[in-house]
Design a protein around this ligand. Structure first.
Ligand code: FES
Length: 41
């Protein structure tokens, strides 16, 4: 799988405490978070 750049620039978000999964592949539809699509590529 080729990694994809989903956005060039910062992603500023106000977050609640908790566990988040960042999409390191760049293919997720819910950027910047992982939606599990990396398992299908
Ligand atoms: S790491 Fe990109 S969708 Fe999971």
């Amino acid at each position: 799988m080729e990694p994809k750049i989903s956005k060039k620039g910062p992603c500023v978000m106000e977050m609640q405490p908790g566990k988040y999964f960042w999409s390191s592949c760049g293919h997720s539809a819910i950027q910047p978070f992982c939606d599990g699509v990396h398992n299908k590529l």
